[in-house]
Design a protein around this ligand. Structure first.
Ligand code: SF4
Length: 203
């Protein structure tokens, strides 16, 4: 299929290919050894390898049950099997772990959907050395519950998440409160105190 896509689009666009690092379904699916063989045989076919692991529960487990960078052992060494860059995921919540994965040559790109929801400016802050300013994802998966219940997603660390367009909220510039002398904060999770701290001053 990827070869056919390549024939159809030529070099007008890049082609990425997502492969499961281990499907965890025994002989019915890819094992990690099988994936390595596959990448070695087809190393140059896509422009980018995008590697994740198994089903949703394997790939995106919460911090309570999964270590950060839990897929490192499965992805380590695959980059050497292809001349094309490799992107990986696995709850890279800490910028130090992200940098370690790049420096060690395990990955070329870090896939970090959840950390980007907790702090959309994480790449910029890493680039500018503003690590202390990063609002780190804690891997609680509250955002996923929205996905699973078909309701609006929320982030424990970023109270503005999902209201950027509808309410015009900005994750770094909270609206200052109006003339009223009181503010009602609904919710006592981490975002409640964060809102209480930041909203009156418009930080
Ligand atoms: S809710 Fe926010 S902090 Fe929790 S896992 Fe999702 S992105 Fe990370």
């Amino acid at each position: 299929m990827v070869a056919d896509i390549r024939d159809a689009v030529g070099d007008t666009m890049a082609i990425t290919m997502r492969v499961s690092l281990d499907e965890h379904i025994g002989n019915l699916g890819f094992s990690n050894a099988g994936v390595r063989e596959f990448v070695e045989l087809n190393g140059d076919l896509p422009d980018l390898w995008d590697l994740a692991q198994g089903a949703w529960e394997d790939c995106s487990g919460p911090s309570r049950f999964k270590e950060e960078a839990a897929q490192e052992v499965l992805v380590c060494g695959i980059r050497a099997l292809s001349s094309k860059p490799v992107a990986g995921v696995g709850r890279f919540t800490s910028p130090d772990v992200m940098a370690r994965m790049i420096r060690k040559g395990v990955l070329d790109f870090i896939g970090c959907a959840r950390p980007s929801m907790a702090d959309p400016f994480i790449p910029k802050k890493i680039d500018e050395g503003r690590v202390e300013d990063i609002r780190e994802c804690i891997g609680c998966n509250i955002c996923i519950t929205g996905d699973m219940t078909m309701s609006i997603s929320r982030c424990t660390q970023n109270p503005t998440f999902m209201e950027e367009w509808r309410k015009g909220w900005h994750p770094e510039k909270m609206n200052a409160k109006g003339d009223s002398s009181t503010v009602l904060i609904v919710g006592s999770g981490p975002t409640g105190p964060e809102a209480a701290r930041a909203v009156p001053a418009g930080l």
